[in-house]
Design a protein around this ligand. Sequence first.
Ligand SMILES: Cc1cc2nc3c(=O)[nH]c(=O)nc-3n(C[C@H](O)[C@H](O)[C@H](O)COP(=O)(O)OP(=O)(O)OC[C@H]3O[C@@H](n4cnc5c(N)ncnc54)[C@H](O)[C@@H]3O)c2cc1C
Length: 405
Amino acid sequence: MGDAADVIVVGSGPAGVAAAVELRRNGVERVVLLEREADLGGATRHCSHSPFGMREFGRVYSGPAYARRLAAEAVRHGVTIRAGYSVVSLHEDARLTVACNGVVSELEAKRIIVATGAREASRAARLLPGDRPVGVLSTGALQSYVALHGLMPFRRPVILGSELVTFSAVLTCLRHGARPVAVVETLPYALARAPASWFPGLLGIPFFRGAELLDIQGRARVENIRISHGGNLRDIACDGVLVTGRFLPEASLFLNSGMGLAQGAQAPAIDQDGRCANPLYFACGNVLRAVETGGWAFREGRAIGAAVARDLAHPVAVQRVAVEFAPPIKLVVPGYVRAGDATTGALGEFQLRFTARVRGELSLELDGVPVWARRREFLPERRVLVPMPAGLQAAQRISFCFREG
Ligand SMILES: Cc1cc2nc3c(=O)[nH]c(=O)nc-3n(C[C@H](O)[C@H](O)[C@H](O)COP(=O)(O)OP(=O)(O)OC[C@H]3O[C@@H](n4cnc5c(N)ncnc54)[C@H](O)[C@@H]3O)c2cc1C
């Protein structure tokens, strides 16, 4: 590929493309975008439904149309696109080992941005019981079948989960000739907010909350599932099981390369500019905290792309303070705060998630002094935003505390 790039961006979803375009818009010359698939756009490529793009492009796109718009933006801004390039490992000195068409090579840059997205937990990762027939798959796999190969693998699936993506799965089924026979959630409530969570009920699809999956039955194909619900056993005849949500950051590059992951998040820890523990590396999008919307990933990519452009022009000595927290707080992004200089970062808010449904007071303390607090109910997998207060970068100790009650 010739000389070292200024910046290599890994992953061409909304976050990666937005970061690459923003770097070019800020005058960075050699910006290379690496994508392991043949086409750009990330997870949006196979979401056949809307809405994507309203806030970033001022109009509503379906997923594939949005992916094409992202690709067009990258071309228009002079990003060097390398599709079919899979990054295999990251090296401390901003070199990457990359595989393309069976050839392994090394690429280097002054800075690397990792925007590799997230993936849904598989059947195996969820330890689901039962037979092992054909017909158990994730929303991402279903949407790839439908969008890329024109195949609908079942007609009467049961859908497990209740996150936003669950309702995306219901939509995909309905649009492509399948009718879900039930939605099943282990928790006693839906993880997605209303009105998305009303969706199955409005369509006449039974929605079992607080239900435990006991068995998946079937010889060759899925034929039935058994659940326990409200103290009763219930059999549901179906020809497939769609496991939705429980996203995990696609952070294997960091893990395999010996670069640390953040507490709780299973993702790289960043500061408020998206900078990782190794200051040559940055990260943005769903790889930081599964999972957010496409628009969120895009805006975050754009902000962190601008921060990387600033970092190239005026590198800062990085001194960081770790943000402290404990369960039931699951994760805090950013997990570090760059100390010492007065400039604000790319991210103006902390984003938190909780491990369970809890009621109580969440507070932010700087050097032991509370500077922000809210008392309410917090639900798992729902984003909680806390504005970064004045004086944050001067603090020696930054802690989120939670008191139940
Ligand atoms: C089923 C489903 C439905 C959704 N519906 C909506 C919706 O209606 N509206 C909405 O706003 N959002 C929706 N989303 C969420 C949205 O798609 C994501 O938030 C967004 O795509 C995240 O962007 P990203 O750039 O962080 O990652 P991704 O879009 O996941 O992109 C990551 C990219 O990195 C590439 N990559 C990973 N590893 C490597 C590697 N080692 N080397 C090279 N390339 C690599 C991947 O191939 C991928 O292209 C949906 C998501 C899913 C899964």
